[in-house]
Design a protein around this ligand. Structure first.
Ligand SMILES: NC(=O)c1ccc[n+]([C@@H]2O[C@H](COP(=O)([O-])OP(=O)(O)OC[C@H]3O[C@@H](n4cnc5c(N)ncnc54)[C@H](OP(=O)(O)O)[C@@H]3O)[C@@H](O)[C@H]2O)c1
Length: 233
């Protein structure tokens, strides 16, 4: 296992491999996305730090495998990889405040950033013409942001073989090494390499984030069932 880099520095390579357990922080760890990812990754033997506003309450309500609940800053500081599973409309403000804790880390951003309004049931994009991933990368220049898993319902993230056709997990990010590490993380969640599609640099996240506009119509048509975007080619 390669330890996390010191704050402020970015290793070139080699990247983390998962031949031994690593410490994974999840911000928004008590939510549907965060708790699902935590349960799967903890069951794979990794150490999970779940960042939450109320660690004691969260621990009292947890019935999954052994994890550690802590405050968001401590989770960001101590995780070797940090997953952002907080509400997307406030993620930029929240994570910008963690700039020093996130320095040198890989940030896996699985969020969608929309704001509810009277005419749109799940909300319009917070960053039309851009993306939350780009905003996070700009705000956190010493952090390597990788966008992934935001094009599916949360249940698919940890059970990608459970759909009638294989879903696709897209990756967007500027750092090739970070994307290699995130591929390894996705493998821990059950994703096959052929299901992963590297779209390119972080600006490509605007494509996957914009797919969120599709979701209310899918849910209206399909009901609240697991679904994901898949690319046939
Ligand atoms: N649900 C899905 O199927 C799905 C699929 C793809 C992507 N996403 C994205 O994943 C993210 C999480 O979705 P979710 O469904 O898991 O949401 P959720 O169930 O509402 O959980 C989000 C968690 O973030 C924390 N949180 C909420 N408001 C906060 C605030 N104002 N400040 C700090 N922390 C706050 C809460 O944990 P604490 O109070 O314990 O801190 C909460 O448990 C969203 O960005 C969403 O767009 C969701």
């Amino acid at each position: 296992m390669t330890p996390s880099s010191p704050a402020g520095s970015l290793p070139n390579s080699p990247e983390l491999t998962f031949s031994t357990p690593i410490t994974i922080a999840i911000l928004g760890g008590t939510g549907r996305v965060g708790s699902g990812l935590a349960t799967k990754l903890a069951s794979q033997g990794h150490r999970l730090l779940l960042g939450t506003l109320n660690p004691d309450d969260a621990a009292a309500n947890w019935s999954g495998p052994a994890v550690t609940f802590t405050d968001t800053a401590a989770a960001a500081r101590d995780g070797q990889i940090v997953i952002n599973a907080t509400p997307g409309d406030t993620s930029l403000e929240r994570l910008s405040a963690l700039r020093s804790e996130l320095s040198g880390k890989i940030l896996v951003d699985v969020t969608n950033a929309t704001q509810r309004n009277a005419t749109s049931p799940l909300g319009d994009l917070c960053y039309p013409g851009s993306s939350l991933a780009e905003k996070l990368q700009a705000a956190l220049p010493h952090t390597r942001v990788v966008k992934t898993l935001n094009t599916m319902m949360f249940k698919v993230m940890t059970n990608p073989q459970g759909l009638s056709s294989p879903p696709t997990a897209f990756l967007s990010g500027n750092d090739a090494g970070a994307k290699t590490t995130v591929r390894a993380l996705l493998a821990e969640l059950g994703w096959q390499n052929e299901q992963l599609m590297d779209l390119g640099d972080v600006t490509t996240a605007r494509g996957t984030e914009e797919l969120f506009l599709f979701v209310p119509y899918l849910v209206k048509t399909l009901g609240f069932v697991p679904f994901a975007v898949t690319v046939a080619h």
